[in-house]
Design a protein around this ligand. Structure first.
Ligand code: PAF
Length: 284
């Protein structure tokens, strides 16, 4: 696996590969890699001739500075995992390579049709502008043919698709399934911040989603969701449910009843100061 820290070196190498007719696949990450990320690398390798992964902990998407400071850094292990998974290129840019004018320099907001204000965006102001800006910058640098994103961050995938449509960036998106721990907890880099006990109990979040999925259509959504929330509050008394919603899979507007539109069940829970996200796509 090759490692590049400078845009110019990355560009030169990728341009050479593209000229050879090789399809470029890209997996952007913030490191602290786990089996979920590795599944995206494998998906990329199946589709593209050259797999590029970036590790960049993007400061502009953290509305809480302590979350940024506490973001796990496991670079030596990440490098081993990527090499083992068959990643071809690791891009490890510095902040100045990504933000030559400084990470705090003001930028015109990317129009995201209000999608960035809902759910995750409501609790984390500015988060999705930060995500959209950094992914735009990374796409400009890597210029991949295919971009691989994980379904766990469902709202993030919608935001990135919107940004890509807005700038008419010619890239195909492939979405990788959520990878789960044995108890059902969706894999996330933040899971390591949970105590062993909480991490075990957090499997109940997925259990609650599966229960809702199984009962959809039998009673109205709001009753179903409030029963599931009561179940979680009883079984995980130290957790706070930020949102639990059945939403339109494109607009993320709440759906009160089962209908034939593509829908998604989304949840965000705080446990031991860690924000845990999960979702189930109900129909696509
Ligand atoms: O999902 C992530 O790891 C990040 O939000 C991303 C897409 C790499 C942008 O920083």
């Amino acid at each position: 696996m090759l490692l590049f820290k400078r845009n110019s070196d990355l560009n030169e190498y990728i341009a050479k590969k593209r000229a050879e007719g090789i399809k470029i696949g890209f997996v952007p990450t913030m490191g602290a890699l786990h089996a979920g990320h590795i599944s995206l690398i494998k998906l990329c390798r199946r589709d593209a001739g050259l797999t590029v992964c970036s590790i960049f902990v993007n400061p502009t998407q953290f509305n809480d500075p302590s979350d940024y400071e506490k973001y796990p850094n496991t670079l030596p292990t990440d490098v081993d995992l990527l090499a083992e998974a068959g990643c071809d290129v690791l891009f490890l840019p510095t902040i100045t390579e990504i933000y030559p004018e400084g990470a705090g320099a003001s930028k015109s907001p990317i129009p995201l049709d209000g999608l960035d204000q809902q759910l995750e965006g409501a609790s984390r102001p500015g988060h999705f502008q930060g995500v959209a800006q950094v992914v735009k910058r990374l796409l400009d640098l890597v210029k991949p043919d295919v971009l691989i994103l994980g379904q766990k961050d469902f709202q993030q995938v919608l935001i990135i698709k919107k940004m890509i449509r807005h700038f008419q960036i010619p890239v195909e998106i492939i979405q990788g399934a959520i990878i789960r721990e044995p108890n059902g907890l969706a894999m996330s880099s933040r899971n390591v911040r949970l105590s062993r006990d909480a991490r075990e109990r957090a499997g109940l979040i997925y259990h609650a989603l599966k229960q809702i999925q199984g009962r959809l259509g039998t009673i109205n959504n709001s009753q179903l969701l409030s029963e599931a929330e009561s179940y979680l509050t009883k079984e995980l008394p130290d957790a706070q449910v930020d949102y639990l919603i059945v939403a339109d899979a494109e607009t993320l507007q709440p759906l009160t009843d089962r209908d034939n539109r593509p829908a998604v069940l989304l949840i965000a829970v705080w446990l031991e100061g860690v924000r845990l996200l999960d979702n189930i796509v109900l129909m696509s």
